[in-house]
Design a binder for this molecule. Structure first.
Ligand SMILES: Nc1ncnc2c1ncn2[C@@H]1O[C@H](COP(=O)(O)OP(=O)(O)OP(=O)(O)O)[C@@H](O)[C@H]1O
Ligand SMILES: [Mg+2]
Length: 335
């Protein structure tokens, strides 16, 4: 594993059993929420993870953090495979990997004060003693742009944006090297979204934290991401450096998602033609054969319903899972 990589995920799968019958004991099928996902997040970078609702983004985030134990695959964090660790071993590494949730209202316990919420990870680790603890809380609140005197307020006394700042302070409490940000701004006003994104950006510059930043649409992750992965029905369709992905999207699904994003340049925007995909996202219980995107793909051809594409390099730091770009594409120059 490269020195600069903090998280490497290989062949990750999470299949949830569908049960029925008395005491839900009979397995009648599987939801293939995540099905063979591989990517790496480098130290101090942001990998954006984008895709439509239900494609498996949250499940990937939770599997990386081992909040779900994956069905198969590996998750290397700082060089160790978390999937092979016991709960006791995981407790040692958990402080260095954290989660920021989508809804800043629902993820905070209404009976806790801001100080309790931000300090809870420190209690759990037995680091919550004496005046140093109160000082650390005041410091964390000011790092995220809240006043230390707010420490004794309850969540309902904060605005949505301030509550998300509390969520960020809590995630920072144990000095993580990696944070999964699961749609941290989706529930906020557009004006507040930019503030939280700028805060996350500043924290990354200051502390060198790597983010897996989950979002629905490509416009949200553009500013923050160094690289972007596009997911569709439990798999990665394309992963590339930010500029390559926005300027030369190769997968027909990425092209369709991008065609829906307004472009700030009026000349380019005038020429943008939205690609409308037919149909709905199929169910992960019974995914289509071959390439899972083929029933909706405007460029589907002969082998797509039967051949499963693999995520293959098409150039340095650009991988696509599409039969239009077979693993040998582009043809290498003769020696
Ligand atoms: N605990 C669970 N048990 C069974 N199925 C689940 C569970 N969690 C998620 N799923 C299913 O797995 C699929 C992926 O869900 P997931 O929450 O990861 O999607 P998502 O991309 O985060 O969607 P959204 O953008 O709406 O948050 C969905 O079909 C969902 O119903
Ligand atoms: Mg989600």
């Amino acid at each position: 594993m490269g020195e600069d990589v903090v998280v490497r995920v290989a062949g990750l799968a999470m299949h949830f059993p569908i049960t029925s019958g008395l005491f839900l004991q009979r397995k009648i099928g599987l939801v293939k929420a995540v099905d063979g996902v591989s990517f790496a997040v480098r130290k101090g970078e942001t990998l954006g993870l984008v895709g439509e609702s239900g494609c498996g983004k949250t499940t990937v985030g939770k599997c990386v953090l081992q909040l779900y134990r994956p069905t198969s695959g590996s998750v290397f964090f700082e060089g160790q495979d978390l999937c092979r660790m016991s709960e006791g071993q995981l407790r040692q590494v958990r402080p260095r990997m954290q989660l920021i949730f989508q809804d800043p209202g629902e993820s905070l316990d209404p009976r806790f004060t801001a100080a309790d919420i931000v300090g809870e990870p420190m209690w759990i680790q037995g680091k919550a003693q004496g005046p140093a603890y109160r000082e650390r809380i005041a410091e964390l609140l000011s790092i995220v742009g809240l006043a230390p005197y707010m420490a004794d307020r309850y969540p309902h006394e904060f605005s949505g944006g301030q509550r998300q700042r509390l969520g960020v302070a809590r995630a920072l409490a144990l000095e993580p090297t990696f944070i999964v940000c699961d749609e941290p701004v989706s529930a906020l006003d557009v004006s507040i979204q930019a503030q939280i994104i700028n805060l996350l950006d500043d924290l990354q510059q200051k502390y060198g934290i790597a983010y897996l930043f989950i979002a629905h649409d490509l416009s949200v992750v553009r500013h923050l991401s160094d690289r972007v992965a596009v997911m569709y029905l439990g798999k990665i369709a394309e992963i590339a450096g930010r500029d390559a992905l926005y300027q030369e999207p190769l997968h027909p699904y990425t092209q369709a998602l991008l065609s829906a994003v307004p472009i700030p340049d009026p000349a380019v925007e005038a020429k943008r033609v939205p690609i409308i995909l037919k149909g709905e996202v199929p169910s992960p219980i019974n995914p289509p054969s071959g390439c899972v995107f083929h029933p909706r793909c405007p460029k589907a051809f002969g082998p797509c319903p039967t051949v499963v594409p693999v995520l293959a390099d098409v150039s340095q730091d650009h991988q696509v899972s599409c039969l239009l770009y077979p693993p040998s594409w582009p043809p290498s120059a003769p020696p």
